[in-house]
Ligand binder design. Sequence first.
Ligand code: BGC
Length: 754
Amino acid sequence: MKLDIDYLIENLTLEEKAGLCSGADFWHTKSVERLGIPAVMVSDGPHGLRKQVDSEFHPDEHRSVKAVCYPAGSALACSFDRSLMQKVGEYLGEEARAENIHTLLGPAINIKRSPLCGRNFEYLSEDPYLAGELSASYVKGVQSKNVGVSVKHYAANNQEYKRMSVDAIVDERTLREIYLKAFEITIKKSNPWTLMCAYNKLNGTYCSENKKLLTDIPRNEWGYEGIIMTDWGAMNDRVKAIKAGLELEMPSSSGYNDRKIVEAVKNGELDIEILNNTVRKLLEWIELGLNELPEIKNYDKELHHSFSRRVAGECAILLKNNNEILPLKKSGNIAFIGPFAKKPRYQGGGSSHVDAFKVTSAVEAVGDLVANNADLSIIYKAGIEDDGVTRNEALLKDAVEAAKASEAAVLFVGLPDSFEAESYDRDHMDMPDCQNELIEAVAAVQPNTVVVLHKGSPVTMPWKDQVVAILDMYLGGQAVGGAAVDILFGDVNPSGKLAESMPYRLEDTPCYLNFPGDGKKVYYSEGVFVGYRYYDSKRMGVMYPFGHGLSYTKFSIGDIKVSDSLFDGKGTVNVSVKVKNIGNTVGAEVVQLYISPFDELLRIRPLKELKGFEKVYLMPGEERVTSFELDYYSFAYYNVDVNDWHVEPGEYKILVGNSSRNITCEASLELKTSKVPFLYTETTTIKDVFDYGKGHIIMPLIQKYREQNFEDTTPDDEIVKEAMRELSVHNVVSFIKISNEELDQIIENLKKSE
Ligand code: BGC
């Protein structure tokens, strides 16, 4: 169905126009029946549908239709798989269509600045390239079903503490390279229908009224064409917001802010053309969802459940597997221990909470295996109370005895619901004490102890060296128990990779001293050094590095070839490597490409940055060539002097491997790009002038310095230049005698040469 937008703008009253700029209730926009403008419904997102059964605000987010809960963003990202993300998007899009949802409120792609952020379980990664690429694929998937997305929370919403008011102080380069990058990639690659602006302030201005954030950068620089809505209640000043480029306020403000728009137009504070333009964009967005595609009345929930089991299997990370204890044999006596074996933790709390239509636990899934394998016997013991936080001596003793009497013990542990959810951050990285004690007690009597983790963010693992294997399911969605059993017994070969570093301790994390700030401001003083950009640059030990994940087979990655040895920044350079399955099991490897500037201190750059990844499925013995296309931006950093991306000329390393700490081959490439243009300022030093090849202009200064400061006038130019290197041109007068006119002339010549 098409809307005659020009006609509508001409015929809508001022009040109706203002009304279209905010919700009718919690989930719907307003209709204008006399002109045939329908109301549309939006719903959370991101990893399943949370369509509420009525339109009011419910702090109890469980009152929604039964739906499928897929692995949360933290798990999905570990797939490192664009096509899987796209498929998940397609499944979600189909479900949204069946429920008449116009726009799904996801993906959530904020960068994991600290492991403590309460919503990290929803977010994808600490790396903006990975987050952006995966998010773009998800968006393509959802939108292919003619359902919109809302990419959130834009921007610098990296903590829950004071999330509605905190002022995130982020320098321009860090903003561009880290906190905006995933949004930029998503917008450029997938054209999302909507963005959701964050609650917080960014550098002093609420995101919802930040013109630079809402208009200058996304629309003028990146070419964004969709609309921007507020996060729920993220409105401060409605008139400022509309001027800044914020189209839709959600949810309803019961007419309060609509009236402000009307008054502002009437008293001349708001140009009617700005409002008309806003309404035009809103109508264009509404129209996008009025599709003529065949109606989807229902979807096959069971099929979607099986798909979510497959997805969870693709995302799980095998962190450790000593003595190749996994996969377990489908015979013998095995103890399954911990309440999560029966009642898995598979999602987080808050607005993303899905009312899952069914949940498969590991105990239930292994029941199917036992039914088909007469020699396999599983015994279940809780070991602690069902709440996951309370000790129980009798249960502990019982579990330890069962573990002792078995051939292996598998512990299903992690963070209980209350430990991580929207609206508050964690204040430590530890699992409940009773769970750590349970693991240690079991490992003390059973050498074949395996830990299966359920949590949305890194935890400390004091027992790491006492157990033989660790399988991290993150929050794997409603079929997580099935997926865990598939991997434990070898029906699925794990291929997930960590989308975030796992530090040993909270104190090791880059923003430890500046998270979550003083309640008013939070300074992102670690700059671009987030996650592995920090740990790797500091050559610091981590428990498990970014990109890490084991498999039941082995791979070799090598024979790197770069199409050119010089690159002038135009077009692309091709890098290829050979990846081979050198083990006996079919499996998938994620080939990761990092760029490292040769002199990392030159521009204060991270030691390495991810710029390419591919997941490759290989039969035993099979070998394939994987290639990557690198362009100018693969080597660029954001230069605040020129307000643009810039590639410093020089030598760069191309590193390829299967984690940020396991680089198996590398090549170097000479970048023949131009330097940042020379710009004379009062901080320009003698050395800067020579570095830019303009030394001839200031040779008179060198000569004077030599004559006036060295008794012996023989030292060569190099020695004199070194002695003067840190002097600013404009204040050499403090160190040499020179006439005002002569210095002015030199400065004039420098300016002319810019
Ligand atoms: C959350 C959003 C969510 C919205 C609607 C907000 O509190 O921050 O992520 O989409 O509520 O439920």
